[in-house]
Design a protein around this ligand. Sequence first.
Ligand code: PMP
Length: 347
Amino acid sequence: MFRPVLAKMLPYTPGEQPAPGKCVKLNTNENPYPPPPAVIDAICSAAKGPLNRYPDPMANSFRIAAANALGLPGPEWILAGNGSDDILTILVRGFVGEGQRLRLPYPSYILYRTLADIQGAAWEQVPFQDGWKLPAAFGEADDDVRLVFLPNPNSPSGTIVSPAEVAKIAESLSCPLVVDEAYADFADTNCLDLVQKNDRIMVTRTLSKSYGLAGMRFGFLVAQPQVISELSKIKDSYNCDALAIAAATAAMGCSEWLAEICIKMNATRDRMATKLAEIGFDVTPSHANFVWCQHPTADHKAIYEFLKSNQILVRYMDFPTWGDGLRISVGTDDQIDACLMMIERAL
Ligand code: PMP
């Protein structure tokens, strides 16, 4: 009854999502703080709006606000989506046909592989080298590879590839390169400028992390206008709902709030990284709102289980051929203190 591809697939599991308030949640890189008050106001106003009517299919109010906020030439450079996962789906649909391939670094975001599987396409993983450097093979041209994903900052490492290196990779590839900038607001570089210079470079962004809007579901693509207009043919008709469009449009006007929250979360992250190193972990220097840490002797799975039994959720990740470790999202200072105390106890 189902397409054969489903038989070999497992459901995508993004991480445990317990009932709100039940535990300290440091496992899916959300923002521990609520979104800006202007965003809540915009959602409340939109809720009183004509919800019996369909929303704007292209979310134009958002596109205008985002183009302004990001210094882009105009709204036609932006495609809005129901979370950046929706945008990633549209990209795979648009560029990778059945039997063709997409490329991703390893370890990185698992969803790219799932999307390829759904599409009946293949995927190839190019392992990071020591120090989370990309090997030359990542930029090699190959006619069967139709799309390359580069999460930047990467997850789970939080490491970053410089825009100059991204530009070099894009030049050597024979297909488009998607720079997934879900965490870029926490970093001090990004690849938005490259999009204007090269129509084969595209950038995805989300409001789930820095803007504290994971529950709203809103993400977007920045690409050259001809790319946006082609891809808009294959998105769902009304892929963003009216409340999310209102929230995201208001969020784009909150640049001061954004800068402050990122400074605050980065300070908490750096404090957590320092402490983890003091108690014996190898901590990968992070440019995102989480840290990847590995202990030379301790059992990561056991630490994860111990934290969980104490209502603290972090992410245990095991990458065959790479190793396992803990990815801990930035929480409030109190949450991180509680987590660090329990980790010390577990050791
Ligand atoms: N890209 C990366 C690298 C991520 O870690 C995530 C979050 N799981 C996403 C994209 C998707 O974010 P969202 O769909 O919430 O916009």
